[in-house]
Write a protein that binds this ligand. Structure first.
Ligand code: PMV
Length: 334
């Protein structure tokens, strides 16, 4: 039997929260270079493998919490009031309930995602990280970064990494209550590192990552090799980052992403997030590479690609992918 989120919060937040008046926080979105795929505990979002990501600088979520003036909880997303039974509103309020305990103070939560809608990126990582940071501030909880990361992880696994900017490693941890399953920022900057957000398809039917990874763990024999591969890839990617070795980083990240997708395809029923446009874009990346441009791809639980390259090759990448707008090319170190 898994420990519940509420038990964990009560253990590590023994005091009643103080009622708040106003708090605001920002958290970046992140792209995994070594992917998180598979949970050892579904309730607490504890991963089977460690992962490593790059945060997207100014692209992410800003969340504001104030006292509600209507006497009821209110949730806004991108300036629009959400109905009480809307799934986004329900998730936000359920998460706040974990922290506000007996206080019962109605709140107004406003979230704005500035991720270009054209980029086709999920916003649950930055959303839960920004919400956790805002909750910490609103209720004066004074949580350490480790706890902020562990608590954000209970909202969405990858949110544990969005507490930080730059390269971030999420340690899988071994504890049953998950308090050692939190992320850590790597003390490395790489000014020339670039990420291209390449949206290739819209309207694809989506199985969310929560059910996708569960299906893979339960039904794909191929998944058995994943934890060891992820551990090896994580170590290689850390070395590549330390050496600023774009080719080693790109190769390892691309192979890691495609291996994760291989486990999905080997699930039952099969899970294929790629659209024909995704495959066409993959071939364009490989053709460009064959011409001598070191550009690599990674993909998450969706049809879109993220390109990894060095600023030195930005002109060639833009030329080959004219659909990339200025906003779609992210320089995570400014
Ligand atoms: O945090 P979740 O439950 O949205 O899962 C994220 C899963 C991947 O994006 C596919 C990989 C990752 O590490 O971000």
């Amino acid at each position: 039997m898994s420990i519940t989120k509420q038990t964990v919060i009560n253990t590590y937040l023994p005091d009643q929260p103080l009622p708040g008046t106003h708090a605001e926080a920002f958290a970046p979105s992140n792209i995994a270079l070594c992917k998180y795929w598979g949970k050892r505990d579904v309730e607490l979002n504890l991963p089977i493998n460690g992962s490593l990501s790059i945060s997207l600088g100014e692209l992410g979520s800003r969340t504001e919490i104030t006292e509600s003036e209507t006497g009821a909880d209110q949730v806004y997303l991108n300036h629009e009031l959400q109905a009480e039974d809307n799934s986004f509103a329900r998730k936000v309020i359920a998460f706040i309930n974990l922290f506000r305990g007996e206080l019962n103070q109605p709140v107004c939560v406003k979230t704005i995602n500035n991720i270009p809608t054209a980029a086709g990126l999920a916003s649950s990582a930055s959303g839960f990280a920004a919400l956790t940071l805002a909750i910490n501030d609103f209720y004066n909880l004074g949580l350490s970064d480790d706890k902020l990361s562990a608590f954000a992880r209970m909202g969405s696994g990858s949110a544990s990494r969005s507490i930080y900017q730059g390269f971030v490693e999420w340690h899988k941890g071994v504890r049953d209550d998950g308090m050692d399953s939190c992320a850590e920022r790597l003390d490395i900057t790489w000014p020339g590192f670039r990420i291209g957000l390449l949206k290739v398809a819209t309207g694809a039917k989506k199985v969310d990552s929560r059910s996708g990874m569960q299906r893979t763990v339960e039904s794909a024999d191929l998944y058995q090799s994943w934890p060891q591969q992820a551990a090896n890839d994580l170590a290689t990617i850390k070395r590549a980052i330390a050496d600023r070795d774009l080719e080693l980083l790109g190769q390892t990240a691309e192979q890691n992403a495609l291996s994760m997708h291989a486990t999905m395809i080997a699930s039952w029923p099969p899970l294929l997030y790629w659209q024909p446009e995704s495959v066409a874009a993959m071939h364009r990346v490989w053709e460009l590479r064959a011409l001598g441009v070191p550009v690599y791809l990674t993909m998450d639980a969706g049809p879109n690609l993220k390109l990894l390259f060095h600023s030195e090759y930005e002109a060639q990448v833009r030329n080959a992918f004219p659909e990339l707008l200025d906003l779609d090319i992210v320089a995570p170190f400014g």
